[in-house]
Design a protein around this ligand. Sequence first.
Ligand code: CA
Length: 289
Amino acid sequence: MESDLLLDVKSELGEGPSWDSRDGVLYWVDIFRGLVHRYSPDEPKDEGFQAGQYVSSVVPSRSGGVVVTLQHGFYALKLGGQPTRIAEVEGGLTGNRFNDGKCDPHGRLWAGTMDLEEKRPLGALYVLEKGGSVRKVFGKVTVSNGLGWSPDHRTMYYIDTPTKLVRAFDYSDSTGETTNGRTAVDMSGQPGFPDGMAVDAEGMLWVAHWGGWRVTRFDPRNGKALVHVDIPASQVTSCCFGGKRLDQLYVTTAKAGIGPEETAKGSPAGGLFRIETGVRGLDTFIFDD
Ligand code: CA
């Protein structure tokens, strides 16, 4: 398997891809530039919309438009318009910002925060319910990142990047409760750090390696790496399945944190990539607003 460079856009911190199968478009963000991107592969065309501050994740919503996480809260956004606040967390604590977010099969939006310095466990994982109430799931998170759910909707996966672990929890789709946390994949022997992830229809996890030049498919039942795909950019941030057959993996990358070998002209760092996986992925779940 190989990766194709789709957009050589040199994102500072490309992130948070989600697929909207209703329109056949990919949403993604550049956190540091405050941009929400909408990529239409059929044309192909990419449009950027300024959110005015850090925007760390974007998900399609049932009523149309998208929901984004800005520095301290959840906001509804009609592309091209101004974000409308749904809820804020942490009372505007200045040393944190929101990071990765994703909807569960029930349509709740899960998103976590992180220490801007990426050192202290000051962040937490939150879930936004239909109607706009927010529940804190747990704290003591340093860099909240990848989220995913198993095809049977009974397990949730979660990454706090510096731990180098993918954790699994028993998950109740009806209540959104998570219990029985344990390690699913230990990535301490792997290059870089686990960042965003996607789940395929066979229940395998595709994890982006921040600082590791690759995406790896893991079996969460035994923690084993099955296959990896090289990406010609070190800072691989997240991935998401899309396409008509949901067998294409869209991969975001960043320029932030690159070394001297990537500052040379011609480096695709910060580009949007795509991998033909030959495996069907799970569709992006939509926020039920
Ligand atoms: Ca991330």
